[in-house]
Design a protein around this ligand. Structure first.
Ligand code: F6R
Length: 614
Protein backbone atom coordinates (compact mmCIF):
# COMPACT_ATOMS: atom_id res chain seq x y z
CA UNK A 1 0.00 0.00 0.00
CA UNK A 2 0.99 3.62 -0.44
CA UNK A 3 2.72 4.85 -3.56
CA UNK A 4 6.05 6.61 -3.37
CA UNK A 5 8.01 8.61 -5.93
CA UNK A 6 11.39 10.35 -5.73
CA UNK A 7 13.14 12.37 -8.44
CA UNK A 8 16.41 14.23 -9.05
CA UNK A 9 17.38 15.66 -12.42
CA UNK A 10 16.60 18.49 -14.75
CA UNK A 11 12.82 18.52 -15.05
CA UNK A 12 10.24 20.08 -12.81
CA UNK A 13 10.34 17.74 -9.81
CA UNK A 14 6.75 18.59 -8.98
CA UNK A 15 5.52 17.55 -12.41
CA UNK A 16 7.45 14.29 -12.43
CA UNK A 17 6.33 13.37 -8.94
CA UNK A 18 2.68 14.29 -9.49
CA UNK A 19 2.53 12.32 -12.72
CA UNK A 20 4.15 9.34 -10.97
CA UNK A 21 1.68 9.58 -8.08
CA UNK A 22 -1.22 9.58 -10.52
CA UNK A 23 -0.02 6.24 -11.85
CA UNK A 24 0.47 4.91 -8.33
CA UNK A 25 -2.84 6.12 -6.95
CA UNK A 26 -4.19 2.58 -7.20
CA UNK A 27 -1.92 1.72 -4.25
CA UNK A 28 -3.84 3.98 -1.89
CA UNK A 29 -5.83 7.17 -2.10
CA UNK A 30 -6.48 8.32 1.45
CA UNK A 31 -4.20 11.34 1.01
CA UNK A 32 -1.40 12.71 -1.18
CA UNK A 33 1.59 14.94 -0.65
CA UNK A 34 4.82 16.26 -2.14
CA UNK A 35 8.03 17.81 -0.85
CA UNK A 36 10.62 19.78 -2.87
CA UNK A 37 14.13 20.85 -2.00
CA UNK A 38 14.32 24.59 -2.48
CA UNK A 39 16.97 27.07 -1.38
CA UNK A 40 18.25 24.96 1.48
CA UNK A 41 14.84 24.05 2.87
CA UNK A 42 11.84 21.86 2.19
CA UNK A 43 8.70 23.21 0.52
CA UNK A 44 5.77 20.83 0.88
CA UNK A 45 2.05 20.38 0.39
CA UNK A 46 -0.30 17.59 1.41
CA UNK A 47 -4.00 16.95 1.46
CA UNK A 48 -6.40 14.24 2.62
CA UNK A 49 -8.43 12.41 -0.04
CA UNK A 50 -7.60 11.66 -3.65
CA UNK A 51 -4.84 13.40 -5.58
CA UNK A 52 -7.39 15.77 -7.08
CA UNK A 53 -7.51 17.44 -3.63
CA UNK A 54 -3.75 17.87 -3.68
CA UNK A 55 -3.97 19.32 -7.19
CA UNK A 56 -6.44 21.92 -5.92
CA UNK A 57 -4.22 22.70 -2.95
CA UNK A 58 -1.23 23.22 -5.27
CA UNK A 59 -3.27 25.48 -7.52
CA UNK A 60 -4.28 27.59 -4.52
CA UNK A 61 -0.83 27.64 -2.93
CA UNK A 62 1.79 26.97 -5.63
CA UNK A 63 5.14 25.54 -4.61
CA UNK A 64 8.46 26.92 -5.93
CA UNK A 65 10.04 24.96 -8.75
CA UNK A 66 12.71 22.42 -7.98
CA UNK A 67 14.29 19.44 -9.67
CA UNK A 68 14.59 17.42 -6.44
CA UNK A 69 11.27 16.10 -5.21
CA UNK A 70 9.50 13.29 -3.39
CA UNK A 71 5.81 12.40 -3.21
CA UNK A 72 3.36 10.00 -1.62
CA UNK A 73 -0.14 8.66 -2.06
CA UNK A 74 -1.38 6.99 1.11
CA UNK A 75 -3.35 3.99 2.27
CA UNK A 76 -3.72 4.73 5.96
CA UNK A 77 -2.30 2.40 8.60
CA UNK A 78 -1.08 4.54 11.55
CA UNK A 79 -3.50 7.40 12.13
CA UNK A 80 -6.68 8.54 10.43
CA UNK A 81 -6.64 9.58 6.76
CA UNK A 82 -6.54 13.35 7.34
CA UNK A 83 -4.29 16.27 6.32
CA UNK A 84 -2.14 15.99 9.44
CA UNK A 85 -1.29 12.34 8.92
CA UNK A 86 -0.69 12.75 5.19
CA UNK A 87 2.91 12.35 4.01
CA UNK A 88 5.52 13.85 3.63
CA UNK A 89 6.38 14.24 7.30
CA UNK A 90 9.02 16.73 8.35
CA UNK A 91 11.43 16.87 11.27
CA UNK A 92 11.14 19.71 13.78
CA UNK A 93 13.52 21.97 11.81
CA UNK A 94 11.42 21.49 8.66
CA UNK A 95 14.49 20.56 6.65
CA UNK A 96 14.04 16.79 6.30
CA UNK A 97 11.04 15.27 4.51
CA UNK A 98 10.13 11.59 4.69
CA UNK A 99 7.58 9.48 2.81
CA UNK A 100 6.98 5.92 3.87
CA UNK A 101 5.15 2.76 2.91
CA UNK A 102 4.71 -0.05 5.45
CA UNK A 103 4.44 -0.38 9.20
CA UNK A 104 7.32 0.14 11.59
CA UNK A 105 6.69 -2.23 14.45
CA UNK A 106 8.98 -0.91 17.19
CA UNK A 107 7.97 2.72 16.77
CA UNK A 108 6.27 3.23 20.16
CA UNK A 109 9.53 2.94 22.07
CA UNK A 110 11.47 5.11 19.60
CA UNK A 111 8.76 7.75 19.67
CA UNK A 112 8.69 7.77 23.49
CA UNK A 113 12.48 8.26 23.60
CA UNK A 114 12.34 11.11 21.10
CA UNK A 115 9.49 12.80 22.94
CA UNK A 116 11.42 12.48 26.19
CA UNK A 117 14.32 14.23 24.44
CA UNK A 118 12.03 17.16 23.56
CA UNK A 119 10.79 16.26 20.04
CA UNK A 120 7.19 17.27 19.43
CA UNK A 121 5.20 15.14 17.00
CA UNK A 122 2.30 16.68 15.16
CA UNK A 123 0.85 13.53 13.60
CA UNK A 124 -0.10 10.06 14.77
CA UNK A 125 2.12 8.37 12.18
CA UNK A 126 5.16 6.14 12.56
CA UNK A 127 6.66 8.04 9.61
CA UNK A 128 7.02 11.33 11.44
CA UNK A 129 9.10 9.57 14.07
CA UNK A 130 11.56 8.58 11.33
CA UNK A 131 11.94 12.24 10.31
CA UNK A 132 12.81 13.13 13.90
CA UNK A 133 15.23 10.22 14.16
CA UNK A 134 16.98 11.43 11.02
CA UNK A 135 17.22 14.90 12.53
CA UNK A 136 19.11 13.38 15.47
CA UNK A 137 21.37 11.31 13.19
CA UNK A 138 22.24 14.31 11.03
CA UNK A 139 23.64 16.11 14.06
CA UNK A 140 26.59 13.72 13.86
CA UNK A 141 27.12 13.55 10.09
CA UNK A 142 26.44 15.44 6.89
CA UNK A 143 26.08 12.14 5.02
CA UNK A 144 22.32 11.69 4.44
CA UNK A 145 22.66 8.10 3.20
CA UNK A 146 24.67 7.17 6.30
CA UNK A 147 22.03 8.78 8.53
CA UNK A 148 19.34 6.77 6.73
CA UNK A 149 21.32 3.55 7.14
CA UNK A 150 21.73 4.20 10.83
CA UNK A 151 18.00 4.84 11.23
CA UNK A 152 17.11 1.70 9.25
CA UNK A 153 19.26 -0.38 11.58
CA UNK A 154 17.05 0.78 14.45
CA UNK A 155 13.75 0.01 12.77
CA UNK A 156 11.77 -3.23 12.78
CA UNK A 157 8.89 -4.17 10.52
CA UNK A 158 8.21 -3.25 6.93
CA UNK A 159 9.23 -0.01 5.33
CA UNK A 160 10.11 1.75 2.16
CA UNK A 161 11.43 5.18 3.02
CA UNK A 162 12.24 7.98 0.61
CA UNK A 163 13.91 11.08 1.99
CA UNK A 164 14.78 14.57 0.78
CA UNK A 165 16.73 17.12 2.78
CA UNK A 166 17.01 20.89 2.42
CA UNK A 167 20.71 20.62 3.20
CA UNK A 168 21.24 18.07 0.39
CA UNK A 169 20.17 19.49 -2.98
CA UNK A 170 20.26 17.08 -5.95
CA UNK A 171 20.00 14.04 -3.71
CA UNK A 172 17.17 11.69 -2.78
CA UNK A 173 17.78 8.67 -0.56
CA UNK A 174 15.58 5.58 -0.40
CA UNK A 175 15.60 2.44 1.73
CA UNK A 176 13.63 -0.77 1.72
CA UNK A 177 12.83 -3.69 3.96
CA UNK A 178 9.87 -5.97 3.25
CA UNK A 179 8.27 -3.35 1.04
CA UNK A 180 8.85 -2.45 -2.62
CA UNK A 181 11.14 0.20 -4.12
CA UNK A 182 12.57 0.29 -7.64
CA UNK A 183 15.05 2.66 -9.26
CA UNK A 184 14.63 4.22 -12.70
CA UNK A 185 17.89 5.06 -14.43
CA UNK A 186 17.67 8.10 -16.70
CA UNK A 187 20.21 10.35 -18.45
CA UNK A 188 21.07 13.23 -16.12
CA UNK A 189 18.10 12.22 -13.98
CA UNK A 190 17.13 9.30 -11.77
CA UNK A 191 13.94 8.07 -10.16
CA UNK A 192 12.70 6.06 -7.21
CA UNK A 193 9.22 4.59 -7.05
CA UNK A 194 7.06 1.86 -5.58
CA UNK A 195 6.75 0.46 -9.06
CA UNK A 196 7.96 1.24 -12.54
CA UNK A 197 4.65 2.61 -13.81
CA UNK A 198 5.55 5.84 -11.97
CA UNK A 199 8.52 6.56 -14.25
CA UNK A 200 8.18 4.61 -17.51
CA UNK A 201 7.11 7.83 -19.16
CA UNK A 202 10.75 8.93 -18.72
CA UNK A 203 12.85 5.77 -18.67
CA UNK A 204 12.47 2.02 -19.06
CA UNK A 205 15.81 1.12 -17.51
CA UNK A 206 15.10 -0.07 -14.01
CA UNK A 207 17.03 -1.54 -11.13
CA UNK A 208 15.63 -4.06 -8.68
CA UNK A 209 16.65 -3.31 -5.11
CA UNK A 210 17.21 -6.20 -2.74
CA UNK A 211 16.05 -6.61 0.83
CA UNK A 212 17.60 -4.23 3.40
CA UNK A 213 19.22 -1.86 0.93
CA UNK A 214 19.71 1.91 0.85
CA UNK A 215 19.93 3.77 -2.45
CA UNK A 216 21.16 7.32 -3.07
CA UNK A 217 20.24 8.98 -6.34
CA UNK A 218 21.74 12.15 -7.75
CA UNK A 219 21.22 13.32 -11.37
CA UNK A 220 24.26 11.31 -12.52
CA UNK A 221 24.76 8.57 -10.01
CA UNK A 222 22.98 5.69 -8.30
CA UNK A 223 24.70 4.17 -5.27
CA UNK A 224 23.25 1.13 -3.51
CA UNK A 225 24.50 -0.30 -0.22
CA UNK A 226 23.21 -2.58 2.50
CA UNK A 227 22.15 -1.11 5.85
CA UNK A 228 25.83 -1.16 6.94
CA UNK A 229 27.24 0.75 3.99
CA UNK A 230 28.67 -2.24 2.11
CA UNK A 231 28.21 -2.08 -1.68
CA UNK A 232 25.15 -4.14 -2.56
CA UNK A 233 24.27 -6.31 -5.53
CA UNK A 234 21.36 -5.17 -7.68
CA UNK A 235 19.76 -6.40 -10.86
CA UNK A 236 19.14 -4.20 -13.90
CA UNK A 237 16.14 -4.87 -16.10
CA UNK A 238 14.28 -3.32 -18.98
CA UNK A 239 10.58 -2.53 -18.72
CA UNK A 240 9.06 -3.79 -21.93
CA UNK A 241 5.41 -2.87 -21.51
CA UNK A 242 4.02 0.16 -23.16
CA UNK A 243 2.90 3.30 -21.36
CA UNK A 244 -0.49 3.02 -23.09
CA UNK A 245 -0.97 -0.23 -21.18
CA UNK A 246 -1.09 1.85 -18.00
CA UNK A 247 -3.49 4.42 -19.43
CA UNK A 248 -7.24 4.18 -19.86
CA UNK A 249 -7.21 4.18 -23.65
CA UNK A 250 -10.66 5.72 -24.01
CA UNK A 251 -12.45 3.52 -21.46
CA UNK A 252 -14.39 5.05 -18.57
CA UNK A 253 -12.61 2.77 -16.14
CA UNK A 254 -9.32 0.91 -16.12
CA UNK A 255 -11.37 -2.08 -15.03
CA UNK A 256 -13.39 -2.06 -18.26
CA UNK A 257 -10.22 -1.88 -20.27
CA UNK A 258 -8.68 -4.69 -18.28
CA UNK A 259 -11.77 -6.88 -18.69
CA UNK A 260 -11.55 -6.31 -22.45
CA UNK A 261 -7.85 -7.13 -22.52
CA UNK A 262 -8.47 -10.64 -21.21
CA UNK A 263 -8.39 -12.54 -24.52
CA UNK A 264 -4.98 -11.00 -25.23
CA UNK A 265 -3.71 -11.63 -21.70
CA UNK A 266 -4.69 -15.28 -21.85
CA UNK A 267 -3.01 -15.59 -25.26
CA UNK A 268 0.12 -13.84 -23.98
CA UNK A 269 0.31 -16.04 -20.89
CA UNK A 270 0.15 -19.11 -23.14
CA UNK A 271 2.75 -17.77 -25.55
CA UNK A 272 6.11 -19.52 -25.93
CA UNK A 273 5.39 -22.39 -23.56
CA UNK A 274 6.66 -25.13 -25.92
CA UNK A 275 10.26 -25.93 -26.82
CA UNK A 276 11.21 -27.11 -30.33
CA UNK A 277 10.17 -30.69 -29.51
CA UNK A 278 6.72 -29.58 -28.36
CA UNK A 279 7.46 -30.19 -24.68
CA UNK A 280 6.10 -27.64 -22.22
CA UNK A 281 8.58 -25.21 -20.68
CA UNK A 282 8.04 -22.65 -17.94
CA UNK A 283 10.00 -19.42 -17.78
CA UNK A 284 11.92 -19.12 -14.56
CA UNK A 285 11.57 -22.73 -13.46
CA UNK A 286 14.69 -22.77 -11.33
CA UNK A 287 13.69 -26.13 -9.83
CA UNK A 288 15.08 -29.20 -11.56
CA UNK A 289 12.82 -31.92 -12.91
CA UNK A 290 14.26 -34.27 -10.27
CA UNK A 291 13.30 -31.86 -7.51
CA UNK A 292 9.79 -31.62 -8.89
CA UNK A 293 9.52 -35.41 -9.15
CA UNK A 294 10.24 -35.72 -5.42
CA UNK A 295 7.27 -33.60 -4.45
CA UNK A 296 4.53 -35.44 -2.60
CA UNK A 297 2.25 -32.54 -1.73
CA UNK A 298 1.35 -29.13 -3.13
CA UNK A 299 0.07 -26.24 -1.04
CA UNK A 300 -1.26 -23.27 -2.99
CA UNK A 301 -1.14 -20.03 -1.00
CA UNK A 302 -2.70 -16.70 -1.93
CA UNK A 303 -5.17 -14.00 -0.91
CA UNK A 304 -8.49 -12.73 -2.24
CA UNK A 305 -9.04 -13.21 -5.94
CA UNK A 306 -5.67 -14.93 -6.29
CA UNK A 307 -6.83 -17.44 -3.67
CA UNK A 308 -9.82 -18.23 -5.86
CA UNK A 309 -7.46 -18.85 -8.78
CA UNK A 310 -5.73 -21.27 -6.39
CA UNK A 311 -9.03 -23.07 -5.77
CA UNK A 312 -9.37 -23.60 -9.53
CA UNK A 313 -5.78 -24.85 -9.60
CA UNK A 314 -6.57 -27.57 -7.07
CA UNK A 315 -9.13 -29.20 -9.38
CA UNK A 316 -6.79 -29.13 -12.36
CA UNK A 317 -3.57 -30.09 -10.58
CA UNK A 318 -5.07 -33.01 -8.66
CA UNK A 319 -6.87 -34.27 -11.74
CA UNK A 320 -3.83 -34.11 -14.00
CA UNK A 321 -1.04 -35.03 -11.57
CA UNK A 322 -2.69 -37.01 -8.75
CA UNK A 323 -0.53 -35.03 -6.31
CA UNK A 324 -2.55 -33.98 -3.25
CA UNK A 325 -3.09 -30.24 -3.42
CA UNK A 326 -4.29 -28.01 -0.58
CA UNK A 327 -5.24 -24.37 -1.01
CA UNK A 328 -4.69 -22.03 1.88
CA UNK A 329 -5.23 -18.36 2.65
CA UNK A 330 -1.79 -16.80 3.02
CA UNK A 331 -2.85 -14.91 6.13
CA UNK A 332 -3.72 -18.18 7.90
CA UNK A 333 -0.94 -20.43 6.65
CA UNK A 334 1.95 -19.85 9.01
CA UNK A 335 -0.19 -19.47 12.10
CA UNK A 336 -1.56 -23.00 12.09
CA UNK A 337 1.72 -24.92 12.28
CA UNK A 338 1.29 -26.42 8.79
CA UNK A 339 2.92 -29.70 7.83
CA UNK A 340 5.50 -28.59 5.30
CA UNK A 341 8.85 -30.16 4.47
CA UNK A 342 11.39 -30.49 1.67
CA UNK A 343 9.03 -32.64 -0.38
CA UNK A 344 6.29 -30.00 -0.33
CA UNK A 345 5.89 -27.64 -3.26
CA UNK A 346 4.37 -24.37 -2.13
CA UNK A 347 2.79 -22.50 -5.02
CA UNK A 348 2.01 -18.87 -4.31
CA UNK A 349 -0.19 -16.76 -6.54
CA UNK A 350 0.03 -12.98 -6.53
CA UNK A 351 -0.78 -10.41 -9.17
CA UNK A 352 1.18 -7.61 -7.51
CA UNK A 353 4.03 -9.72 -6.17
CA UNK A 354 4.03 -7.55 -3.06
CA UNK A 355 1.22 -8.92 -0.89
CA UNK A 356 2.68 -9.10 2.59
CA UNK A 357 0.57 -12.04 3.81
CA UNK A 358 1.79 -14.09 0.85
CA UNK A 359 5.39 -12.95 1.25
CA UNK A 360 5.41 -13.95 4.92
CA UNK A 361 3.95 -17.34 4.02
CA UNK A 362 6.77 -17.82 1.48
CA UNK A 363 9.41 -17.00 4.05
CA UNK A 364 7.86 -19.43 6.49
CA UNK A 365 7.63 -22.19 3.87
CA UNK A 366 11.26 -21.75 2.84
CA UNK A 367 12.38 -21.89 6.48
CA UNK A 368 10.68 -25.29 6.62
CA UNK A 369 12.74 -26.24 3.52
CA UNK A 370 9.74 -26.36 1.18
CA UNK A 371 10.31 -25.33 -2.42
CA UNK A 372 8.39 -22.27 -3.43
CA UNK A 373 7.14 -21.54 -6.92
CA UNK A 374 5.36 -18.24 -7.47
CA UNK A 375 2.83 -17.35 -10.10
CA UNK A 376 3.12 -13.59 -10.45
CA UNK A 377 2.24 -10.77 -12.82
CA UNK A 378 4.84 -8.22 -11.75
CA UNK A 379 8.38 -8.62 -12.92
CA UNK A 380 10.95 -7.50 -10.38
CA UNK A 381 8.54 -7.57 -7.44
CA UNK A 382 9.45 -9.06 -4.08
CA UNK A 383 7.53 -12.36 -4.20
CA UNK A 384 9.22 -13.78 -7.32
CA UNK A 385 12.58 -12.58 -6.04
CA UNK A 386 12.15 -14.53 -2.82
CA UNK A 387 10.87 -17.70 -4.50
CA UNK A 388 12.78 -20.70 -5.84
CA UNK A 389 10.96 -20.57 -9.16
CA UNK A 390 8.64 -18.19 -10.98
CA UNK A 391 5.94 -18.57 -13.55
CA UNK A 392 5.04 -15.13 -14.84
CA UNK A 393 1.56 -14.30 -16.06
CA UNK A 394 1.61 -11.84 -18.93
CA UNK A 395 -1.44 -9.75 -18.17
CA UNK A 396 0.39 -6.41 -18.29
CA UNK A 397 -0.08 -3.81 -15.57
CA UNK A 398 -3.35 -4.14 -13.70
CA UNK A 399 -4.38 -0.71 -12.44
CA UNK A 400 -8.00 -1.09 -11.33
CA UNK A 401 -7.95 -2.10 -7.70
CA UNK A 402 -10.29 -5.05 -8.26
CA UNK A 403 -8.49 -7.81 -10.11
CA UNK A 404 -9.92 -9.11 -13.39
CA UNK A 405 -7.35 -9.84 -16.07
CA UNK A 406 -4.89 -10.81 -13.36
CA UNK A 407 -7.25 -13.59 -12.27
CA UNK A 408 -7.73 -15.10 -15.71
CA UNK A 409 -4.00 -15.08 -16.37
CA UNK A 410 -3.38 -16.73 -12.99
CA UNK A 411 -5.85 -19.49 -13.80
CA UNK A 412 -4.05 -20.10 -17.11
CA UNK A 413 -0.68 -20.22 -15.31
CA UNK A 414 -2.11 -22.77 -12.86
CA UNK A 415 -3.18 -24.98 -15.77
CA UNK A 416 0.30 -24.67 -17.26
CA UNK A 417 1.87 -25.67 -13.98
CA UNK A 418 -0.44 -28.68 -13.61
CA UNK A 419 0.37 -29.84 -17.14
CA UNK A 420 4.08 -29.29 -16.64
CA UNK A 421 4.09 -31.41 -13.47
CA UNK A 422 2.12 -34.10 -15.30
CA UNK A 423 4.68 -33.98 -18.12
CA UNK A 424 7.83 -34.31 -16.02
CA UNK A 425 6.30 -36.97 -13.77
CA UNK A 426 5.28 -38.98 -16.84
CA UNK A 427 1.57 -38.89 -15.94
CA UNK A 428 0.37 -37.67 -19.29
CA UNK A 429 1.57 -38.48 -22.76
CA UNK A 430 2.80 -35.64 -24.94
CA UNK A 431 -0.26 -35.85 -27.18
CA UNK A 432 -2.61 -35.59 -24.18
CA UNK A 433 -0.83 -32.44 -23.03
CA UNK A 434 -0.89 -31.05 -26.56
CA UNK A 435 -4.64 -31.65 -26.73
CA UNK A 436 -5.25 -29.67 -23.55
CA UNK A 437 -2.89 -26.95 -24.80
CA UNK A 438 -4.89 -26.78 -28.01
CA UNK A 439 -8.07 -26.39 -25.94
CA UNK A 440 -6.37 -23.63 -23.97
CA UNK A 441 -5.32 -21.90 -27.17
CA UNK A 442 -8.98 -21.65 -28.21
CA UNK A 443 -9.85 -19.82 -24.99
CA UNK A 444 -8.96 -16.25 -26.11
CA UNK A 445 -11.57 -16.53 -28.87
CA UNK A 446 -14.11 -18.00 -26.44
CA UNK A 447 -13.52 -15.15 -23.96
CA UNK A 448 -13.81 -12.64 -26.80
CA UNK A 449 -17.20 -14.09 -27.66
CA UNK A 450 -18.37 -13.67 -24.06
CA UNK A 451 -17.24 -10.03 -24.22
CA UNK A 452 -18.94 -9.43 -27.55
CA UNK A 453 -22.23 -10.78 -26.22
CA UNK A 454 -22.15 -9.02 -22.86
CA UNK A 455 -24.67 -6.23 -23.46
CA UNK A 456 -27.57 -8.14 -21.81
CA UNK A 457 -25.41 -8.56 -18.70
CA UNK A 458 -24.97 -4.77 -18.51
CA UNK A 459 -28.71 -4.30 -18.93
CA UNK A 460 -29.38 -6.81 -16.17
CA UNK A 461 -27.02 -4.89 -13.87
CA UNK A 462 -29.04 -1.72 -14.48
CA UNK A 463 -32.23 -3.58 -13.68
CA UNK A 464 -30.86 -5.08 -10.48
CA UNK A 465 -29.20 -1.92 -9.18
CA UNK A 466 -31.81 -1.66 -6.37
CA UNK A 467 -31.20 -5.17 -4.99
CA UNK A 468 -29.63 -5.34 -1.55
CA UNK A 469 -28.33 -8.90 -1.59
CA UNK A 470 -26.97 -11.38 -4.16
CA UNK A 471 -26.05 -15.04 -4.02
CA UNK A 472 -23.67 -16.92 -6.30
CA UNK A 473 -23.65 -20.71 -6.58
CA UNK A 474 -21.32 -23.14 -8.31
CA UNK A 475 -19.94 -26.66 -8.04
CA UNK A 476 -16.54 -28.10 -8.93
CA UNK A 477 -14.58 -25.30 -10.69
CA UNK A 478 -17.80 -23.29 -10.77
CA UNK A 479 -17.49 -22.88 -7.00
CA UNK A 480 -14.43 -20.57 -7.10
CA UNK A 481 -16.13 -18.70 -9.94
CA UNK A 482 -19.12 -18.12 -7.63
CA UNK A 483 -16.80 -16.89 -4.88
CA UNK A 484 -15.07 -14.53 -7.30
CA UNK A 485 -18.39 -13.20 -8.65
CA UNK A 486 -19.50 -12.40 -5.10
CA UNK A 487 -16.19 -10.77 -4.17
CA UNK A 488 -16.27 -8.49 -7.22
CA UNK A 489 -19.75 -7.33 -6.29
CA UNK A 490 -18.85 -6.71 -2.63
CA UNK A 491 -15.74 -4.74 -3.56
CA UNK A 492 -17.28 -2.59 -6.25
CA UNK A 493 -20.94 -2.16 -5.31
CA UNK A 494 -20.59 -2.41 -1.51
CA UNK A 495 -23.50 -4.86 -1.45
CA UNK A 496 -24.08 -8.06 0.42
CA UNK A 497 -22.98 -10.83 -1.91
CA UNK A 498 -22.11 -14.40 -0.98
CA UNK A 499 -20.66 -17.23 -3.01
CA UNK A 500 -21.41 -20.81 -2.04
CA UNK A 501 -20.68 -24.32 -3.18
CA UNK A 502 -24.11 -25.18 -4.55
CA UNK A 503 -24.18 -28.43 -2.54
CA UNK A 504 -23.78 -26.47 0.69
CA UNK A 505 -26.95 -24.55 0.06
CA UNK A 506 -29.18 -26.95 1.94
CA UNK A 507 -26.82 -26.88 4.94
CA UNK A 508 -27.65 -23.31 5.82
CA UNK A 509 -27.35 -20.64 3.14
CA UNK A 510 -30.71 -21.50 1.61
CA UNK A 511 -32.22 -19.61 4.56
CA UNK A 512 -31.00 -16.42 2.84
CA UNK A 513 -33.22 -17.02 -0.16
CA UNK A 514 -36.37 -14.92 -0.19
CA UNK A 515 -38.73 -13.49 -2.79
CA UNK A 516 -36.84 -11.77 -5.60
CA UNK A 517 -33.28 -12.24 -4.34
CA UNK A 518 -30.99 -12.55 -7.40
CA UNK A 519 -29.08 -15.84 -7.45
CA UNK A 520 -26.36 -16.43 -10.06
CA UNK A 521 -25.74 -20.10 -10.78
CA UNK A 522 -22.77 -21.40 -12.75
CA UNK A 523 -23.86 -24.62 -14.47
CA UNK A 524 -21.06 -27.09 -15.26
CA UNK A 525 -20.73 -28.30 -18.84
CA UNK A 526 -22.75 -31.40 -19.65
CA UNK A 527 -19.51 -33.39 -19.81
CA UNK A 528 -19.77 -33.68 -16.02
CA UNK A 529 -23.26 -35.16 -16.01
CA UNK A 530 -23.37 -36.01 -12.30
CA UNK A 531 -22.47 -32.51 -11.17
CA UNK A 532 -24.65 -31.00 -13.87
CA UNK A 533 -27.74 -32.81 -12.62
CA UNK A 534 -27.08 -31.76 -9.05
CA UNK A 535 -26.77 -28.09 -10.02
CA UNK A 536 -30.02 -28.36 -11.92
CA UNK A 537 -31.70 -29.48 -8.68
CA UNK A 538 -30.08 -26.58 -6.81
CA UNK A 539 -31.54 -24.10 -9.29
CA UNK A 540 -34.97 -25.55 -8.72
CA UNK A 541 -34.53 -25.42 -4.94
CA UNK A 542 -33.79 -21.68 -4.89
CA UNK A 543 -36.38 -20.85 -7.48
CA UNK A 544 -39.06 -22.69 -5.50
CA UNK A 545 -38.27 -20.29 -2.66
CA UNK A 546 -38.74 -17.17 -4.73
CA UNK A 547 -35.18 -16.50 -6.01
CA UNK A 548 -34.67 -14.74 -9.32
CA UNK A 549 -32.34 -17.20 -11.05
CA UNK A 550 -29.61 -15.96 -13.36
CA UNK A 551 -28.10 -19.02 -14.96
CA UNK A 552 -24.71 -19.17 -16.67
CA UNK A 553 -24.79 -22.19 -18.94
CA UNK A 554 -23.00 -23.50 -22.01
CA UNK A 555 -24.41 -23.22 -25.51
CA UNK A 556 -26.84 -25.95 -26.41
CA UNK A 557 -27.70 -26.89 -22.83
CA UNK A 558 -31.43 -26.24 -22.68
CA UNK A 559 -32.08 -28.38 -19.62
CA UNK A 560 -31.98 -25.27 -17.43
CA UNK A 561 -34.30 -23.14 -19.55
CA UNK A 562 -37.49 -23.90 -17.57
CA UNK A 563 -35.83 -22.82 -14.32
CA UNK A 564 -33.90 -19.76 -15.47
CA UNK A 565 -35.30 -16.25 -15.11
CA UNK A 566 -32.27 -15.01 -17.02
CA UNK A 567 -29.86 -17.01 -19.16
CA UNK A 568 -26.24 -16.05 -19.76
CA UNK A 569 -24.86 -18.26 -22.50
CA UNK A 570 -21.24 -19.44 -22.35
CA UNK A 571 -19.19 -20.98 -25.17
CA UNK A 572 -18.82 -24.75 -24.94
CA UNK A 573 -15.43 -25.46 -23.35
CA UNK A 574 -13.94 -28.39 -21.39
CA UNK A 575 -15.15 -28.48 -17.77
CA UNK A 576 -11.81 -27.62 -16.15
CA UNK A 577 -11.39 -24.57 -18.36
CA UNK A 578 -14.88 -23.17 -17.76
CA UNK A 579 -13.75 -20.55 -15.19
CA UNK A 580 -12.03 -18.68 -18.03
CA UNK A 581 -15.36 -17.95 -19.66
CA UNK A 582 -17.76 -18.08 -16.69
CA UNK A 583 -15.95 -15.42 -14.62
CA UNK A 584 -16.13 -12.75 -17.31
CA UNK A 585 -19.91 -12.00 -17.21
CA UNK A 586 -19.68 -11.74 -13.41
CA UNK A 587 -16.87 -9.16 -13.69
CA UNK A 588 -18.92 -7.19 -16.21
CA UNK A 589 -22.02 -7.40 -14.01
CA UNK A 590 -20.20 -6.07 -10.92
CA UNK A 591 -18.57 -3.27 -12.90
CA UNK A 592 -21.84 -2.21 -14.53
CA UNK A 593 -23.83 -2.36 -11.29
CA UNK A 594 -21.25 -0.28 -9.41
CA UNK A 595 -21.21 2.25 -12.25
CA UNK A 596 -24.99 2.43 -12.15
CA UNK A 597 -24.78 3.11 -8.41
CA UNK A 598 -22.33 5.93 -9.01
CA UNK A 599 -19.31 4.31 -7.35
CA UNK A 600 -15.67 4.77 -8.29
CA UNK A 601 -15.06 1.40 -9.93
CA UNK A 602 -11.29 1.70 -10.20
CA UNK A 603 -10.74 2.82 -6.64
CA UNK A 604 -13.37 1.29 -4.37
CA UNK A 605 -13.56 2.60 -0.83
CA UNK A 606 -11.19 1.25 1.84
CA UNK A 607 -9.17 -0.86 -0.60
CA UNK A 608 -5.72 -0.68 -2.12
CA UNK A 609 -4.18 -2.56 -4.99
CA UNK A 610 -1.08 -3.79 -3.36
CA UNK A 611 -1.57 -4.90 0.22
CA UNK A 612 1.86 -4.57 1.78
CA UNK A 613 0.74 -4.85 5.39
CA UNK A 614 -0.24 -8.03 7.24
C1 F6R B 1 -9.82 -8.52 -5.45
C2 F6R B 1 -8.40 -8.29 -5.33
C3 F6R B 1 -7.71 -8.79 -4.10
C4 F6R B 1 -6.35 -9.39 -4.48
C5 F6R B 1 -5.58 -9.78 -3.21
C6 F6R B 1 -4.25 -10.44 -3.55
O1 F6R B 1 -10.32 -7.96 -6.63
O2 F6R B 1 -7.79 -7.70 -6.18
O3 F6R B 1 -8.49 -9.70 -3.40
O4 F6R B 1 -6.57 -10.50 -5.29
O5 F6R B 1 -5.35 -8.64 -2.44
O6 F6R B 1 -3.45 -9.59 -4.29
P1 F6R B 1 -2.21 -10.13 -5.10
O7 F6R B 1 -2.72 -11.04 -6.16
O8 F6R B 1 -1.56 -8.91 -5.65
O9 F6R B 1 -1.34 -10.87 -4.12
Amino acid sequence: MCGIVGYVGVRSGLEVVMSGLRRLEYRGYDSGGVALVYEGRIASAKKAGKLANLDRELALHPLPDSSTAIGHTRWATHGAPNDRNAHPHLDSSGSIAVVHNGIIENIAEIRANLEAAGHEMVSETDTETVAHLLHEELKGTHDLAEAVRSVCRQLEGAFTLVIASGRHPDLVVGARRNSPLVVGRGKGENFLASDVSAFIEYTRDAIELGQDQVVSITPDEIVVTDFFGNPAETKDYYVDWDISAAEKGGYDWFMLKEIDEQPQDVADTLLGRHDASGALQLDEMRLSDDELREIDKIIVIACGTSFYAGLVAKYAIEHWTRIPCEVELASEFRYRDPIVDRSTLVVTISQSGETMDTLMAIRYARQQRAKVLSICNTNGSTIPRESDAVLYTHAGPEIAVASTKGFLAQVVACYLLGLYLAQIRGLKYGDEISRIMTDLETMPAAIQRVLDESEPVRQLAKELAGSKSFLFLGRHVGYPVALEGALKLKELAYLHAEGFAAGELKHGPIALVEEGVPVFIVVPPRGRDQVHEKVLSNIQEVRARGARTIVLVEDGDDSVVPYADELIRLPKVPTLLQPLVATVPLQIFACALATEMGHDVDQPRNLAKSVTVE
